[in-house]
Design a protein around this ligand. Structure first.
Ligand SMILES: *Cc1c(COP(=O)(O)O)cnc(C)c1O
Length: 386
């Protein structure tokens, strides 16, 4: 199984590892494997879709790709991919992150992308917000509106999205296809497959090829999605048609949603702060091929510290959710004496998210309480589709 840019980074560097030292720390009979996507140039799984998206756009004669980004994981991946195929890349980065988290912005600029703080005065949508609030911190919803507006008014410009949509999930299945082969090399069959879900792309990427094998009757692993307890679209949201963005510009998608104007609390796992969920993940969940749990962030960082101190890799805040769920499962195995094989998606490193570790290590991290009222209110605005 080959990644699309084998010359730039060795596909074999997206390794699967066994976490023997973590197993030992937990004194579990379970065998824990993880698939590591942090060795890509951008440090996460996102280049798996950014590269094919840039490639197909370049092949069609598109000159410029535009997108939004929060902390910068997606923006930096698209900037990297655009540099491979000579595309111009413009990114609207949520103003707050643009100013407070300069490192991924600098990565984007190093790869040649133009980065604008959003709201900007370059678009109608941005100007409108700036008029009413000149120091607006911005939001993903606003940044999407700006990028979409620029794509809509320029012939040679296309908008790219880094998660949620079917083609993105399809591109990411390279993760699971590799993993099936790598598990064979280990002589193992997973009993439990665990990953974090924001828009759903990294976990669909890992789990869908295994679900295919499950449907063929070859294996029967439990597939477990993990979401933050402050943004629980699978475990607390409704399955309905809703907009993908805050402003309501996108087509309606049938998915698990907390309502398109639900603004999740500012947890550190920015990539998991999305009101919806990939329609394909939502479908698989509805069909009963996948289960879901939610975990609060302090438990996640506790797990991340145990992982970093045994396996050496400092995880991005998002996969700390998968780590915490893996540790829960491994500790259950310790109680029951079952030697389960656990496979976990370790979708990125946290080298540019160290300020969240700083908070945790200083004891300043808090679990934000989850409000049923807030969800009830935003769910009341999910469009009524008959
Ligand atoms: C973007 C991102 C996520 C969330 O997106 P999914 O589509 O759910 O994978 C999770 N982890 C990392 C490291 C990310 O960059």
């Amino acid at each position: 199984m080959q990644r699309i840019v084998p010359l730039l980074y060795n596909p074999e560097s997206c390794f699967e590892f066994r976490a023997k030292r973590l197993e030992k720390l937990l004194q579990t009979p379970a065998r824990i494997y993880f698939k590591y996507e942090g060795s890509s140039p951008a440090g996460s799984h996102k280049p798996n879709t950014a590269v094919p998206q840039a490639y197909y756009n370049a092949k069609e004669g598109v000159k410029n790709v535009v997108t939004e980004t929060g902390a910068g994981q997606w923006g930096s991946s698209l900037a990297f991919a655009s540099s491979l195929f000579g595309l111009d890349c413009e990114v609207w980065q949520v103003a707050n992150s643009y100013h407070q988290k300069p490192y991924r912005r600098l990565m984007m600029q190093t790869w040649g992308a133009k980065v604008h703080p959003s709201p900007s005065d370059l678009t109608e949508a941005g100007r409108k917000i700036l008029e009413s609030d000149p120091s607006s911190p911005g939001s993903l919803g606003i940044a999407i509106s700006e990028a979409v507006e620029v794509a809509a008014r320029n012939e040679d410009t296309k908008y790219c999205l880094g998660s949620v949509l079917n083609h993105v999930l399809l591109h990411q299945t390279v993760i699971g296809e590799e993993c099936i082969k790598q598990m064979e090399d280990f002589g193992e069959t997973p009993d439990v497959i665990i990953g974090c879900t924001g828009g759903g792309s990294n976990f669909a990427g890992l789990s869908f090829p295994f679900i295919r094998e499950k449907l063929k009757g070859n294996i029967s692993p439990v597939i477990r999605a993990v979401e933050p307890s402050t943004c629980p679209s699978l475990t607390k949201g409704v399955y309905a048609y809703d907009f993908g963005d805050t402003a309501g510009l996108t087509p309606l998608m049938k998915m698990h949603t907390l309502g398109h104007d639900f603004i999740p609390d500012p947890i550190h796992a920015g990539g998991l702060r999305y009101h919806g969920m990939a329609p394909l993940i939502s479908h698989v969940y509805e069909q009963g091929f996948m289960e879901a749990i939610s975990i609060p962030q302090i438990e996640c960082f506790q797990g991340a510290i145990q992982f970093a101190r045994t396996e050496g890799i400092i995880p991005a805040p998002e996969p700390t959710h998968a780590i915490a769920a893996t540790i829960r499962e491994a500790l259950r195995c310790k109680e029951t004496g079952e030697a389960k094989v656990i496979l976990m998606a370790m979708c990125g490193h946290g080298h540019f998210d160290l300020s969240s570790y700083d908070k945790y290590l200083k004891g300043e991290l808090v679990d934000l309480s989850f409000s049923e009222d807030k969800i009830r209110e935003s769910l009341s605005k999910v469009p009524h589709v008959v």
